[in-house]
Design a protein around this ligand. Structure first.
Ligand code: FAD
Length: 339
């Protein structure tokens, strides 16, 4: 069991695997190669044909799948049963999947069913003298911990953006079944989150952060919230960028001030918000206070636009600070991008 390393992929409505899933597959291969173990793959979903074409050459000795209507929708009972069945079928010592909403919901229950242990949001894999260690962040990305466990099976969920997605060719998949499995939960449909969650795009190249300055009185003594909303949305939509915001910005709604209607607490970046991973980030009308800027830890290239040359971004938190009016700059940027 010890040397059997299993990766589980959940397929989407087209039967394919998303980027974070393929990143977790790279992490799994790293473990299998490091401990000189056997890689096994388990697929779960309505259909798995497209997925099989994505992962074939990953070097797995076995590729098994639970495919069909019963496995199409995320559901605790069926997903836990599916993962447990796959892990038992391949006699897995280590079980890996991406830390998406589907696996996050079941990983603890899965570890319990297998009599193993679970660690989540893994960002790095290390094998020294055949011993496996994994890393994850604690205390809202302020401390990093390195973990080892002797208990098996060891269930691991991989944080997205931590590994390069695996690229491999066709695989031959062996279908498996769970005898007598019946779910008492019926999936009636899917409802998307309200309040503009569709502007949060974890895979986007660029993050645009909107700070409270967008809703403050400007040089003419007036607020220009509608203008701000259209400038921000135009940039985000035309670039397929992800949208973030500062805490002050999302809190303003509860204080009865003018707000941008599409911003919610889900957009908040920072100590009490999210720490997204994007290649580039542009902060606009945001002061760059430490509790906010700490959420920029994984953004590679940081730029900010602020009218205040002494704002937080100027204190070494941004690579480039444009001391300028964000309304003017972003209008120009949108014009250029539309050309
Ligand atoms: C325990 C704790 C946890 C916290 N956690 C978080 C967190 O998770 N996330 C978070 O964001 N904050 C957090 N905060 C709050 C944080 O400290 C700041 O108060 C907040 O980030 C400030 O938001 P802001 O920069 O958008 O607004 P402001 O501080 O009001 O700054 C607005 C900025 O806009 C600029 N501006 C105005 N007009 C223009 C213009 N036309 N062009 C360019 N610039 C302009 C101004 O110069 C100013 O710098 C936390 C605080 C505490 C105490």
């Amino acid at each position: 069991m010890d040397d059997k390393v299993l990766w589980i992929g959940f397929t989407d409505e087209n039967g394919s695997l998303d980027k974070p899933s393929l990143e977790a597959l790279t992490a799994t291969r790293t473990i299998a190669e490091g401990i000189d173990g056997e890689l096994a793959i388990g697929l779960v979903g309505g259909s798995v044909d497209a997925a099989a074409a994505q992962i074939g050459g990953a070097g797995a000795t076995r590729v098994v799948a639970l495919a069909g209507e019963a496995w199409a929708a995320p559901r605790y009972a069926s997903d836990t049963a599916a993962c447990a069945q796959i892990a038992r079928t391949v006699d897995a010592g280590i079980v890996v999947a991406t830390a998406g909403s589907r696996f996050n919901r079941v990983c603890a229950g899965l570890a319990q069913r297998l009599g193993g242990a679970v660690d989540t949001q893994i960002t790095d894999i290390l094998v020294e003298n055949g011993a496996l260690s994994v890393s994850r962040w604690f205390y809202r990305q302020r401390m990093i911990g390195k973990l080892q466990r002797t208990v098996r099976p060891w269930v691991l969920s991989i944080a997205s953006g931590s590994f390069v997605p695996c690229e491999a060719g066709d695989a031959t998949v062996t279908p498996i079944e769970i005898e007598g499995f019946e779910s008492r939960t019926e999936v009636l449909g899917v409802e998307a989150g309200t309040g503009g969650s569709q502007t949060i795009r974890p895979d986007a190249e660029t993050l645009l952060v909107a700070g409270a300055g967008w809703t403050k009185k400007q040089a003419d003594g007036e607020v220009h919230t509608d203008d701000a909303a259209s400038i921000i949305l135009e940039f985000v939509e035309s670039n397929r960028a992800s949208l973030g915001s500062s805490k002050s910005m999302v809190d303003l709604a509860t204080e009865g001030q003018a707000v941008l209607p599409f911003l919610t607490h889900l957009h908040q970046i920072g100590q009490t918000g999210a720490s997204p991973r994007h290649a580039k980030g542009l902060s606009t009308c945001c002061h760059g206070e430490e509790p906010h800027a700490v959420g920029w830890r994984f953004i590679n290239e940081r730029r900010a636009i602020n009218t205040d040359a002494n704002c937080g971004w100027a204190q070494g938190k941004a690579d480039v600070l444009y001391v300028a009016d964000a309304f003017e700059v972003m209008k120009k940027v949108n014009e250029r991008l539309a050309d």
